[in-house]
Design a protein around this ligand. Structure first.
Ligand code: 1GP
Length: 232
């Protein structure tokens, strides 16, 4: 299996570069304002992620096509379910919701996606996805019918992250949920970074440069921001 985009991530981290993805939620996507959207995102942006908890496939195709036409950034799928697979994207985060205990999001959706993924040219990046309490009712918790992990349960978070890595995940995604009131704490990022050797992605509720700097300083390799750019 090809691993061009994953190798690029590892190479960037090796030379101390930090990665930044801007998340585009297909449900909130407006084709008419995409140029303005791409102009207002930070110049440090390295990736575009596309996905959401509720969208249907048709809109994903349009979003990926429009972004690829108007930007040279790699487009990664960050799917909320197996219907959000679009073969013209560059890569797909093959998420397993390891913080939860709902088999549908641990293996069910992945089984539904497997045949299509196997014959697509998408680069598949197995990703351990941990929902951490961001102080709000997140769409991930609602849709997956799972509970977020408390930010106080650090040992539990570390053991889950470790289990994800041992199960073969190539990335670890610490997710406070889109629109989180409280992003994943620097203490958790630091502890996770010291525990796993795979790249650590952090997202949910990050809105300011200061928050980005703090998360990077704590050990985040990759930050994901969405809501703040939807709000302009
Ligand atoms: C959500 O981590 C991402 O999956 C981004 O969160 O929308 O809060 O920036 P925000």
């Amino acid at each position: 299996m090809q691993s061009f985009f994953y190798s690029e991530i590892l190479s960037a981290i090796k030379i101390g570069e930090k990665l930044l993805a801007i998340l585009v939620d297909p449900e909130k996507f407006n084709r008419d304002t995409v140029s303005e959207f791409l102009e207002q995102i930070p110049k440090e942006t390295t990736h575009l992620f596309v996905g959401g908890s509720t969208d249907i496939h048709n809109q994903i195709s349009l979003v990926v096509a429009t972004l690829k036409r108007q930007s040279n950034l790699p487009v990664f799928l960050f799917p909320g379910n197996h219907q959000q697979i679009e073969e013209t994207a560059d890569a797909l985060l093959f998420l397993s919701l390891h913080s939860g205990r709902n088999p549908e999001y641990l293996i069910g959706q992945q089984v539904k996606a497997a045949a299509l993924l196997n014959k697509s040219n998408l680069e598949i990046i197995p990703t351990s996805y941990l929902l951490i309490d961001g102080g709000h009712d997140s769409a991930v918790a609602r849709v997956s019918e799972t509970d977020a992990m408390s930010q106080d349960e650090v040992e539990d978070i570390l053991n889950t992250a470790l289990a994800g890595q041992l199960m073969g995940a190539k990335l670890l995604y610490l997710e406070a949920g889109s629109g989180a009131k409280i992003p994943v704490s620097v203490e958790i990022i630091k502890a996770v970074k010291e525990t796993v050797s795979i790249p650590v992605i952090v997202g949910g509720g990050i809105k300011t440069q200061t928050q980005c700097k703090q998360a990077y300083a704590a050990g985040a390799d990759f930050i994901v921001m969405g809501t703040v750019f939807e709000e302009g």
